[in-house]
Design a protein around this ligand. Structure first.
Ligand code: NAP
Length: 428
């Protein structure tokens, strides 16, 4: 018997409990784990709430009692950093293996918790924390352990991809697409964790740790969400052969640097990530020898996510039966964080100017003074102003920022609209 306790009976928790009790899976579960999984209890906050598919006699609000009931595996599906971290630490210190889907917790304390697990002979698995059903973490940790990774780039937030897809396919503006996402249950009433890029940033943190073995702090990530993406930017991208996506990127810079960032970017239609639409997630990985690889699938939802949780539980159960545990992954600890301002990229910039002779030369002069070379420019009329949309050649981010600062101070510039990176052959 492998004794399993669960904290959380919400979307993922109830789907997990139902998968575990599914008679059609019974033999696979026993064979896979070489021991029967016994569900000991499910802790929730409020017993009066509906907890679909969970036997009421298993429900409890007493987490401490659940933790001290001789568990082999604790499945943490409550979410948030506290009290989840306290519960996970408490389980690991007792030598109980932990499976979690908690990206916030793993992004903040994953390295320390993995060390704690190792010290107490337990496993800590968290496949469901990034990309729901997509098995990307195991792929990076195990299948690609012998590869030197150059870049991990993903669409790792379904809400923002749903909104951007609506804007692209139906010409909706940001507010309209967000309202539709909320009405359909793809976005929360308070959408800031998704649309401001916090959720994607936590996932980039986890991905970069596994791809590069870095132990960078949670602050070392550049984050920009999609609230500033306008319908005119989406339309310009479409006309120019691109689609706008919110990307999470972790990439090697030189021999000892790593960049980590979340930002919207123009992705060429020929790139595999360009056709990832709706709430779907995808992670695109580039290794030195493996070349490009991509995983795509359902990045959220109770049942898809629960399959990844169950896979982790079976892995932990197998280890338990053979009295072993996985050693935490450590990669190149000499890598340091490179701020986004020090990187170069192609850029799309949009500026609204007063429509009068000489303005174009004035604006172009600012680009030149800051060493930003223009690849193409499109002018469209907007009331009594002109909108200038530029695609630049590769330029240093800090130089582009200086260009925008100077443009904003020009009397002929009514407003600076957009400044987005453009993907060029896989690099952002
Ligand atoms: N939903 C997804 O599609 C998805 C995808 C990938 C990863 N995840 C991650 O999976 C985890 C769970 O997400 P979810 O969507 O299932 O959340 P949810 O529907 O809000 O469910 C959370 C559950 O945890 C219980 N809970 C919360 N705090 C607790 C505490 N202090 N003590 C005991 N029980 C507590 C709640 O109890 P009550 O029912 O009594 O309120 C509820 O049953 C999160 O870390 C999330 O980031 C979710």
């Amino acid at each position: 018997m492998v004794r399993v306790g669960v904290i959380g009976g919400g979307f993922v928790g109830s789907a997990f409990v139902q998968l575990l009790g599914d008679p059609a899976r019974h033999e696979a579960l026993v064979d896979g784990a070489t021991a029967t999984l016994e569900l000991v209890g499910v802790a929730v906050r409020d017993l009066a709430k509906p907890h679909d598919g969970i036997d009421p006699s298993l429900l409890t609000t007493d987490v401490e009692q659940l933790l001290s009931s001789d568990l082999d595996v604790l499945v943490e599906l409550a979410g948030g950093v506290e009290p989840a971290r306290t519960y996970v630490e408490s389980a690991l210190k007792r030598g109980v293996s932990v499976v979690t889907a908690n990206k916030a917790l793993m992004a903040e304390s994953g390295t320390q918790l993995a060390q704690l697990a190792h010290e107490h002979g337990a496993d800590l698995f968290y496949e469901a924390a990034v990309g729901g059903a997509i098995p990307i973490l195991r792929a990076l940790r195990i299948s690609l352990a012998g590869e030197r990774m150059n870049r991990v780039m993903g669409i790792v937030n379904g809400t923002t991809n749903f909104i951007l897809t609506k804007m692209t396919e139906e010409g909706s503006d940001y507010a309209g697409a967000l309202a539709e996402a909320q009405a359909l249950g793809f976005a929360e009433a308070d959408p800031s964790a998704d649309v401001e890029g916090y959720d994607a940033a936590a996932k980039v943190q986890i991905l970069s740790t596994l791809a590069f073995g870095t132990r960078l702090s949670g602050d070392e990530i550049a984050r920009e969400g999609i609230t500033g993406v306008r319908d005119v930017d989406v339309e310009f991208a479409r006309r120019s052969g691109y689609v706008i996506k919110l990307l999470g990127v972790a990439e090697r810079v030189g021999d000892h640097g790593v960049s980590r960032r979340v930002h919207p970017a123009l992705v060429p239609l020929s790139h595999p990530l360009a056709s990832v639409n709706g709430a779907t997630n995808a992670v695109f990985v580039e290794g030195v020898k493996s070349g490009p690889l991509m995983w795509l699938g359902q990045g959220a939802g109770g049942e898809p996510t629960a399959t990844a949780v169950l896979g982790d539980v079976l892995d932990a159960a197998r280890n338990r039966v053979s009295a072993r545990h996985d050693v935490p992954f450590t990669g190149d600890l000499s890598l340091h964080y490179v701020p986004a301002s020090e990187l170069s990229s192609l850029f799309y910039l949009s500026v609204d100017v007063i429509d009068r002779p000489g303005v174009l030369a004035e604006v172009a002069g600012v680009f030149g003074r800051h060493h930003v070379s223009i690849q193409s420019m499109e002018q469209t009329d907007v009331a009594d102003q002109a909108r200038l949309s530029f695609l630049t050649h590769r330029a240093l981010s800090a130089d582009v920022s200086a260009t925008l600062d100077e443009l904003e101070g020009l009397e002929c510039v009514a407003s600076v609209g957009a400044c987005l990176r453009v993907i060029d052959g896989g690099a952002a």
